[in-house]
Design a protein around this ligand. Structure first.
Ligand SMILES: Cc1cc2nc3c(=O)[nH]c(=O)nc-3n(C[C@H](O)[C@H](O)[C@H](O)COP(=O)(O)O)c2cc1C
Length: 323
């Protein structure tokens, strides 16, 4: 591990192009990168935060952690081992994660096998097929979370019913929250060239009660389809034992490992995080999973409709320094 050896320009391109494919809340892409030798810093971009919906910066940091995981996967594919630090450094408060690369001693590093899933993974917001997910596949997703120090709790039917009530409360509050609605209008709907979520990616509206989050929050979108959603959704909550900035970034690494493992099993994932964006409602979810800190709520399944995608700012625009 040394700062003296530099990465080639091609390597920097592959690493950062992979990092920016990560999911981020409202596709804000809240990252900036600095490359010094074989050390890569992922900074939080303070111009891309969401003060109304994410005042603590929890969800923004989950996105930064997901970018860090993609970077580690790409590094493994290039033959680099990686270690990382996520504990905040008071001297550099915008650095959310620092990744240290070194030459790999292992011929096929485990993370490298996930590389081809990075570009295939997209957030899916449509109905799932009524097909059960084999227990072996669910275990694989749980192991992906555990490998990054988090936990994935699959909810039973009773917990899903309770969660549905919490989601309805969250949706009702959101519909009347001017600050949130205003913030969303900056990022969601319409045509989007390089960030935010275009109308085409919002997914159809459900014809009946369903476990979905409509990010359009009541705004009419011309030509939006309506469809029936699955009767028995598979819902899981990703949690951490701790609740601080480092835990949020780690949750992001775990999230992305779960998502890439899901993609490799031809599964797709939707998110229902409205229930985690208000303290009192988040407490209800916390109770459902035995007291751990819920960080993401996932609806998982086999897609019944076409997948959509979002755009990215070219990685070169997010690179501040490389030497
Ligand atoms: C922390 C976090 C929270 C998110 N919350 C939601 C959500 O509640 N609902 C939703 O539809 N998508 C949610 N997303 C998904 C983002 O909207 C998505 O990652 C982004 O638009 C980029 O699109 P992609 O995942 O298809 O690449 C979330 C993503 C992250 C990282």
């Amino acid at each position: 591990m040394s700062r003296a050896t530099s990465l080639t320009q091609d390597e920097v391109g592959i690493l950062l192009a992979s990092a920016v494919h990560a999911p981020s809340m409202h596709n804000t892409q809240p990252w900036r990168f600095e490359v010094a030798g074989q050390v890569i810093d992922i900074h939080l971009d303070e111009d891309r935060v969401l003060p109304a919906e994410d005042p603590s910066g929890r969800q923004i940091r989950i996105g930064l952690g997901a970018a860090a995981f993609n970077l580690r996967v790409a590094a493994a594919m290039l033959g680099h081992e990686s270690t990382f630090a996520v504990t905040p450094d008071p001297a550099e408060p915008t650095v959310a994660a620092r990744i240290f690369l070194a030459d790999s001693l292992c011929p096929v590093p485990e993370l490298a096998t996930l590389y081809r899933e990075i570009g295939r993974r997209h957030t899916y917001r449509g109905p799932m097929r009524d097909l059960p997910i084999p227990p072996m596949v669910i275990s694989r997703l749980s192991r992906a979370a555990t490998a990054e120090g988090a936990e994935l709790h699959r909810l039973d039917e009773d917990s899903i019913r309770q969660l549905a009530r919490t989601l309805r409360q969250a949706d009702d509050l959101d519909l009347h929250d001017e600050d949130r609605l205003h913030e969303r209008s900056r990022w969601i709907g319409g045509e989007r060239a390089d960030d935010g979520i275009p109308s085409t990616a919002l997914g159809p509206l459900p014809t009946g009660p369903a476990m979905v989050r409509d990010l359009a929050a009541g705004s009419h979108i011309e030509g939006r389809e309506q469809t029936a959603f699955e009767a028995r959704p598979v819902i899981a909550v990703l949690s951490t034992d701790n609740e601080d900035e480092a835990a949020w970034v780690r949750a992001g690494l775990a999230l992305q490992r779960v998502l890439l493992a899901a993609t490799s099993s031809v599964l797709v994932v939707s998110f229902l995080n409205q229930a985690l964006e208000r303290q009192d409602l988040r407490r209800q979810v916390r109770d459902l999973i035995g007291g751990a800190w819920p960080q993401m709520i996932l609806r998982i399944g086999y897609p019944a409709a076409a997948e959509t995608s979002t755009s990215r700012i070219p990685w070169q625009h997010s690179l501040d320094r490389s030497f």
